[in-house]
Design a protein around this ligand. Structure first.
Ligand code: ATP
Length: 515
């Protein structure tokens, strides 16, 4: 028993990730106790457990990541170890645990200084369960397991905090000159004009604004324009990506924290509201906020004051909210995944930004802007798009909108090395094997005078790939590549096989739209 406990405490002191430590622990324990599976759960609130780690042998683990178990919090705080074989399963908690492993398991509450942290679940090798002595050993495991779990949770919190600090730093760098853009809104006099008219109407009205539009369509650009057109323009514009906030850090992100208020809080930190005080808080991807975060956000919007985590003073804050989402927020309200009261707070004045494919008149100016921007960013000579380049761009759907256009130009400029815009190649970028889509002969560039002249096979392959890019991978039907190329779908398929055409170009384009 002593040597076993020594091994256990040795694992407690380790800094390795939790899963291999638990696996080793199970191995050591199995010398004394016939264990098949160990599962460690973190207590999320009164009724919720989240699986942190599981070790198992010989079968996959079908336990869901999060379990709703009524009364589990209370039992964790005061209850004793339970052998599910022996209980009458009178409570719904016992029934819920018993359902996990066919009623053959032992559950042990994990506490530190009487505070509940989680649950250890142990499944025996056989249905006969554990002998009394073996149960004693398992009971002795509760404290070291609780310490392992608590340290693991603290380490995760620390990591999340470091990530948040890094994100802050990036945002700061961008604000301080990381932007190589001239800040121009291309299309303000073109297809984007109705949007700009609404921006001008609302900019100085100090209403909250909700920007609706597909990803990469320019919501942040418009949010900045609203801020810059308002009387708050001399004060900060703070952008927060709501989808990237770890649930355990929501309070600290919103309200800030005092030094030492939790492990990892090495200095005082201002929350978003304080940082944006007097200015505009841009809540990007607001539809991604968790339910708990929605509640917290609503509270500060209603009360207009914040209290830092670990602090006692209330701090009044004055911010204008501009929120954005690519989701159908009204539908989310209808199904209850976004709070209606928060919706009323943030959706004072909605502005819809159309996707790039609905702004054909802006495309030439945007293409020139991106050619200039990429050349400047990458330190290469400026090459402007030709009429043929513009036709190629106009034929594409742009699911990633202006951001995707910017990424395509970055690649086209790099691939063309300041001598040409390699737009065809940039649209159907390099494949995992390292091969490139061969340039089309029409591409602006050296053509016949260039260093390499593409073979007929390369040109055919590139042409078929360009057709597949345009039809987003569809081969047959009126909107398919075969129709576009004037071929029978089966003929196209056999050509694709012969030429080793890579339908993976599509996967790459999808990946690149998030570039
Ligand atoms: N009208 C425009 N004129 C010039 N550049 C633009 C325009 N619209 C968008 N951009 C550029 O496109 C990129 C994406 O824009 P932005 O970040 O505003 O999109 P978004 O809709 O907020 O994206 P997401 O939904 O992913 O947050 C940025 O580099 C931005 O500078």
């Amino acid at each position: 028993m002593e040597s076993l406990l020594l091994t256990v405490w040795h694992e407690v002191a380790s800094h390795e990730p939790i899963a291999p430590r638990l696996e080793r622990l199970r191995g050591a324990l199995r010398l004394q106790v016939p264990i098949r599976r160990l599962q460690l759960f973190q207590l999320q609130d009164e009724h919720r457990l989240t699986q942190v780690a599981c070790t198992v042998e010989g079968s996959t683990n079908g336990t869901p990541a999060t379990l709703e178990i009524p009364g589990v919090g209370e039992w964790c705080g005061t209850g004793d170890m339970l052998d599910l074989r022996g209980v009458g399963r009178s409570s719904s908690m016992e029934r819920a645990f018993a359902a996990l492993h066919d009623g053959v398991a032992l559950i042990c509450p994990l506490r530190i200084q009487n505070q509940p942290v989680g649950v250890l679940l142990v499944v025996p090798e056989s249905r006969s369960g554990f002998a009394p002595k073996q149960r004693e050993w398992l009971e002795a495991l509760a404290l070291p397991m609780a310490v392992i779990l608590e340290r693991h949770l603290e380490a995760r919190k620390r990591d999340a905090l470091e990530r948040a600090v890094r994100a802050d730093q990036q945002a700061l760098d961008q604000g301080l000159g990381g932007r190589t853009d001239d800040g121009r809104i291309v299309g303000a006099e073109g297809d984007l004009r109705p949007v700009m008219e609404r921006v001008m109407l609302v900019a100085d009205a100090d209403l909250s604004v909700l920007l609706l539009g597909e990803t990469g369509s320019g919501k942040e650009v418009i949010a900045r324009a609203i801020h810059e057109g308002s009387r708050r323009c001399g004060a900060p514009f703070v952008r927060v990506n709501c989808g990237a906030i770890p649930a355990e850090l929501i309070d600290s992100e919103l309200f800030g924290h005092e030094r030492g208020s939790f492990t990892g809080a090495v200095s005082r930190r201002q929350g978003w509201f304080e940082r944006a005080d007097g200015g505009t808080l841009f809540l990007d991807e607001i539809g991604e906020l968790t339910h708990a975060a929605q509640v917290r956000l609503l509270r500060v919007l209603q009360e207009g004051v914040i209290q830092r985590v670990g602090g006692h003073d209330t701090v009044p804050v004055d911010v204008r909210i501009v929120a954005a989402t690519h989701r159908d927020l009204a539908a989310m309200v209808a199904v209850g995944s976004f709070r209606e009261d928060l919706w009323y707070r943030v959706a004072g004045f909605p502005i819809h930004i159309p996707p790039l494919r609905h702004r054909p008149n802006d495309l030439p100016a945007l293409a020139e802007h991106m050619a200039w921007r990429s050349a400047q960013r990458l330190g290469l000579p400026l090459v402007l798009p030709t009429a043929e380049d513009l036709r190629l761009l106009a034929a594409y759907e742009w699911p990633g909108n202006v951001r995707e256009l910017a990424a395509v130009f970055d690649r086209a400029v790099v691939l063309g090395q300041g001598k040409r815009l390699a737009l065809t190649s940039a649209l159907g970028q390099s494949l995992p094997g390292g091969n490139m889509v061969a340039p089309r002969p029409t591409e602006s560039g050296p053509g016949a005078g260039g260093q390499t002249f593409p073979t007929l096979e390369q040109v055919q392959r590139a042409h078929i790939e360009a057709a597949l890019v345009r039809t987003r991978g569809r081969i047959s039907g009126p909107a398919g590549a075969a129709n576009l190329l004037g071929l029978n779908p089966n003929t196209l398929r056999s050509k694709m096989r012969k030429l080793k055409v890579r339908r993976a170009v599509l996967a790459i384009m999808e990946r690149d739209s998030a570039w």
